[in-house]
Design a protein around this ligand. Structure first.
Ligand SMILES: Cc1ncc(COP(=O)(O)O)c(C=O)c1O
Length: 373
C-alpha cells in the first residue's frame, strides 16, 4: 500500500475512537498533553532504556524525571527510581522487590487498584483485602491483622473515590518488621499541590517515616503521554529484581519489562519543563475548583454526592448505575461507575471544563427523569 492509502485506512479506525479534546471522556485519569510534550515523545521513541548503555542521553533524562518524582514524594536525591509502563508495572515491581526482601503477605483494602491483586497472583504472595471504612483503610481492622513480614499497600488517591488512606497512622503501626508501599499513581502529582493550596495537610511520601516505596505516574496528573508510570524507593529495589542480561550493554536488566519505551521518559521530562512546579499547582487548582463546582451544581440539581472529594474525582449517586452507564455510553459519554457505591465517577481532568460539566449534568438529569434512575 502507498502511504496515503495506509493513512486513510488508519483514519477510519481513528475516527471510531473517542478523543480527549472532544470533552466526552469523563472517566479517565489521562488528558491530552501539550504539543511540545508529544513532539518530545516522537523525538525519542526509538531509544530503548532497557539497553541504556546505547542511550546515555535518554538515561540522563530518566534520572531527571526520577529527581522530580522524588521532589513530589519528599524523597532525597540519592533515593532510587525508574520510569516504567504504568502504575500496574510500578506496583508489581515494588511488590516483587518486597517479596525478594523476604516479606510474605500483602494487606491492602478492597478499594486498592486491581494491579495489587495481579501482583499477588503473579508473585504467589497471599493477599488480604480489608473492608474499607468510609472509603479508606480501616485502621482498627488493619492493626488486628498486621504481623511481622507483611507488606501493607495503601493508596493516596484511591481509584474509585480519590481518597487518601491513613498513611501516617499506618506508618506508626508498621515500624516493626513490615514493608509499607504507597500507591500514589494518581495522587502523587496532586497532593503536594493540594497541600500548598491549603486543601489538605496529609503526607503520603518519604516524609512519612516507614514508607519504603511510592508509585507515582507521569501519565496521569503529570500530563505526560502513555506509557509512563513511576516507581521511587528509599532503597535500591531494582537491584533486588535484577537478572543477568549478557547481550545488553549494561549486562543486567533491573526492571520488569525488557525493552522500555523511551519516548515516554523524554515526554515526561518535557512536561516537567513545560509546567514546572507552579504550572502543575495551577492545573491542580483548576481541576479542584471544577470538581468543587461539579459537586455544588450536582447537589443543586438534586443529586446525591456521597463522598466529599479529597482530590479531583467526583462521585454522583444514582439508583441504577449499570443502566445509567449503558445509556451514557450510547449517548457518547466515556464515563465509569462504581457499582459498589452506586455512583457515576467523574475524573475532573483539564479537558473537563465547566461547560462539559454543565452538559453532562443536563444529560444525567434527563436520564434520571426519563428512566427513573
Ligand atoms: C491508584 C492507582 N494505581 C494504579 C493504577 C494503574 O495504573 P496503570 O493503568 O497506569 O497501569 C491506577 C489506574 O487507574 C490507579 O488509579
Amino acid at each position: 500500500m502507498d502511504d496515503e492509502e495506509i493513512e486513510n485506512l488508519l483514519d477510519g479506525y481513528y475516527s471510531r475512537d473517542m478523543h480527549y479534546e472532544e470533552g466526552r471522556i469523563l472517566g479517565s485519569m489521562y488528558t491530552k498533553p501539550p504539543d511540545v510534550v508529544l513532539k518530545s515523545f516522537f523525538k525519542f521513541y526509538q531509544a530503548n532504556l532497557g539497553n541504556a548503555g546505547l542511550y546515555p542521553g535518554t538515561a540522563e533524562l530518566e534520572r531527571e524525571v526520577v529527581k522530580f518524582l522524588l521532589k513530589l514524594t519528599s524523597g532525597s536525591e540519592d533515593f532510587y527510581g525508574r520510569i516504567v509502563s504504568g502504575g500496574t508495572e510500578a506496583n508489581i515491581t515494588a511488590l516483587w522487590a518486597a517479596r525478594e526482601m523476604g516479606y510474605s503477605r500483602i494487606l491492602t483494602t478492597e478499594d486498592a487498584h486491581f494491579s495489587v491483586t495481579k501482583a499477588a497472583k503473579l508473585l504467589k504472595i497471599p493477599l488480604k483485602r480489608l473492608e474499607v471504612k468510609n472509603g479508606i483503610m480501616d485502621i482498627d481492622a488493619l492493626s488486628s491483622e498486621l504481623r511481622r513480614g507483611d507488606i501493607v499497600v495503601l493508596t493516596a488517591g484511591t481509584t474509585p473515590l480519590g481518597l487518601i488512606d491513613p498513611i501516617e497512622e499506618v506508618s506508626k503501626l508498621c515500624d516493626e518488621g513490615c514493608y509499607l508501599h504507597v500507591d500514589a499513581a494518581f495522587g502523587g502529582y496532586v497532593i503536594p499541590f493540594l497541600r500548598e493550596l491549603g486543601h489538605t495537610d496529609k503526607k503520603f511520601g518519604f516524609d512519612v517515616e516507614n514508607v519504603m516505596s511510592v508509585t507515582i505516574d507521569p501519565h496521569k496528573m503529570g500530563m505526560a503521554p502513555y506509557p509512563a508510570g513511576g516507581l521511587v524507593a528509599r532503597e535500591n529495589l531494582f537491584e533486588r529484581i535484577a537478572v543477568d542480561a549478557p547481550y545488553l550493554m549494561g549486562g543486567k536488566s533491573d526492571t520488569l519489562l525488557g525493552t522500555r519505551q523511551s519516548g515516554s521518559v523524554a515526554a515526561a521530562y518535557a512536561a516537567i519543563l513545560h509546567f514546572r512546579w507552579e504550572g502543575y499547582r495551577k492545573v491542580v487548582k483548576e481541576c479542584m475548583d471544577r470538581a468543587e463546582y461539579m459537586v455544588k451544581r450536582a447537589e443543586e440539581e438534586g443529586f446525591d454526592v456521597p463522598f466529599k472529594p479529597e482530590m479531583n474525582i467526583v462521585n454522583i449517586g444514582l439508583k441504577d448505575v449499570r443502566k445509567a452507564k449503558e445509556i451514557l455510553l450510547t449517548r457518547g459519554w466515556g464515563i465509569s461507575t462504581n457499582p459498589k457505591y452506586s455512583t457515576v465517577r467523574i475524573v475532573v481532568m483539564p479537558h473537563v471544563t465547566r461547560e462539559v460539566i454543565e452538559r453532562f449534568l443536563e444529560e444525567l438529569k434527563n436520564i434520571k427523569r426519563d428512566y427513573g434512575l
